[in-house]
Design a protein around this ligand. Structure first.
Ligand SMILES: CC(C)(COP(=O)(O)OP(=O)(O)OC[C@H]1O[C@@H](n2cnc3c(N)ncnc32)[C@H](O)[C@@H]1OP(=O)(O)O)[C@@H](O)C(=O)NCCC(=O)NCCS
Length: 191
């Protein structure tokens, strides 16, 4: 069960995030080390095998692109002005790594209570923009065989399954067996 207080998002309703998403009230920007407390809270609640803080810190110092979607509510009349600090809440993030003419997606996450309202599509749009700027020819990622939600998202963004790594993932917190990874690729030459 997700504890929204841990995520620092208690006073923001999903309805408001949906409205903000439709109004363009979410901005994508580079992640900084100041975001890591929020990012780690989301990561620990959203992922079957969460990254540790060190992995994010390493990505921030390497040539990885670490990006967050931030809730942007400045001057929003729908909010009670007595609510402090609603601006600047991270609701989703991704980490991608360019290698020559390829882009590798390392992490893609939407905060659990805001999944299913379009944040995944917003993250993929941001990743595709990075790929375009880098003139990447292909984008690769690995996804758990059981993660149908993420697979559905990638298929909608024209990724195709190109391979499988047997028992690639350690058991998740709720499982006892290793799990296969499906390898997905989007090839810009073929679209
Ligand atoms: C995968 C993830 C990023 C998707 O984010 P999201 O904000 O829920 O996605 P969106 O609301 O933008 O929906 C995008 C697509 O995902 C799929 N999807 C979303 N919710 C779904 C559900 N409950 N069942 C099946 N597919 C679903 C659909 O294809 C959807 O497209 P549509 O809305 O056009 O039908 C999110 O579920 C998540 O963070 N999961 C945990 C971390 C994770 O597994 N990351 C991927 C690792 S490879």
């Amino acid at each position: 069960m997700v504890d929204s207080r841990q995520l620092g998002l208690m006073s923001i309703s999903p309805e408001l995030v949906v409205a903000q998403a439709k109004d363009g009230g979410l901005i994508a920007r580079d992640m900084s080390s100041d975001d890591l407390a929020q990012v780690m809270a989301i990561e620990n609640n959203a992922q079957a095998s969460p990254w540790g803080r060190l992995s994010f810190e390493e990505s921030l110092t390497k040539s990885h692109f670490c990006r967050v979607l931030e809730f942007f509510v400045e001057n929003d009349q729908r909010l009670d002005s007595r609510e402090p600090g609603l601006d600047g809440h991270v609701v989703a993030y991704h980490v991608v790594c360019p290698i020559l003419d390829e882009l590798h997606i390392l992490n893609v996450v939407a905060a659990p209570q805001y999944q299913g309202i379009g944040l995944g599509h917003r993250l993929m749009h941001d990743i595709l923009e990075i790929a375009k700027r880098h003139q990447s020819q292909r984008i690769f990622l690995e996804v758990r065989a059981s993660n149908e939600k993420a697979q559905s998202l990638y298929l909608k963004w024209q990724f195709k399954q190109i391979g499988l790594r047997k028992e690639y993932y350690r058991p998740s917190a709720s499982g006892s067996e290793r799990e296969d990874a499906l390898i997905f690729m989007r090839d810009f030459d073929q679209v």
